[in-house]
Design a protein around this ligand. Sequence first.
Ligand code: ATP
Ligand code: MG
Length: 327
Amino acid sequence: FAITMDQLQLYEDLGKGNYGTVKKVLHKPTNVAMAMKEIRLELDQAKLNAIIMELDILHRAVAPEIVEFYGAFFIESCVYYCMEYMDAGSMDKLQTYGSDNPLLPSDSSPPDGEPAPFLRKRTGGVPEVVLARVVGSMTRGLGFLKDELQIIHRDVKPTNVLVNRRGQVKLCDFGVSGQLEKSLAKTNIGCQSYMAPERIRSESLHTSPTYTVSSDVWSLGLSTIEMALGHYPYPPETYSNVFAQLTAIVHGDPPELPDGFSDAAKDWVSRCMVKRAEDRASYQELLKHPFLQQDRTRTVDMVGWVARALENRDRMHKEKEDQNGSS
Ligand code: ATP
Ligand code: MG
């Protein structure tokens, strides 16, 4: 069936990216909650039609680790894209609220001059058993896209890893439409780059992109470190300008998992964070690695972890509101 705008009841915004807004919507004929992404493009009808046709391949991307695609349509120069609504949001937020030690006592008032607890820089991200589960899903999802659909993701990062309250972890926003990719290209490099060194090099030299599946493996490793730390891995002084940051990625030593993680986890990440693309691990190797093998035989309370992370989020939002209200 084809989805149309008049079948949708619009709810709240779920987030904003570089290219548009994602809204929660209700598909009235089926009573299914969906996430609708709006992408503004200045394109003619033919190109918009081409994008809608290319997105159709998403109907074949059906796997437990991939966010379900329901359909796309355009109105004027906007493409609307409807997908499975993931009610716990993306890992970039869960990683900060789902840490082992996220909770600074909420009743203790901060010393003079210190930021309030919820504003303090947080330590710790996702605990290892949860990390292994999340990263295992990501690796299987990426392997599925490559093996079954010959798709390279091209945008692996924590905001594109979605979670629901059932504890499922799924990937979204992978590159299936060449026309869409071309239309979005270069509008924004973003200040936090997940691009592999070879990709940064080829973009800065304006040579044809040397994007292969192993470029996604780098982004997978970098996302893993980010989720483990609870923040983007390259040191803050390189955030300040895009050039310094890209230089650090291309010329610096690759980041590693912090202490406190097992040797297996550290080794797994180091197999992703290899600067020479040809030497990086394949998905098959990553799946056979002890770090992900251990995960297969372990029970992990993902449902409980997600619930606690969301509770933390709601409590911290409330504290922030109360603080704003009383000051
Ligand atoms: P970029 O524009 O660089 O891709 P992004 O991934 O953060 O960055 P969007 O893809 O537009 O931007 O998504 C914005 C936010 O909306 C995400 O960070 C995520 O939290 C939320 N979101 C996206 N898709 C869904 C979904 N299917 N279910 C629930 N929340 C979603
Ligand atoms: Mg996204």
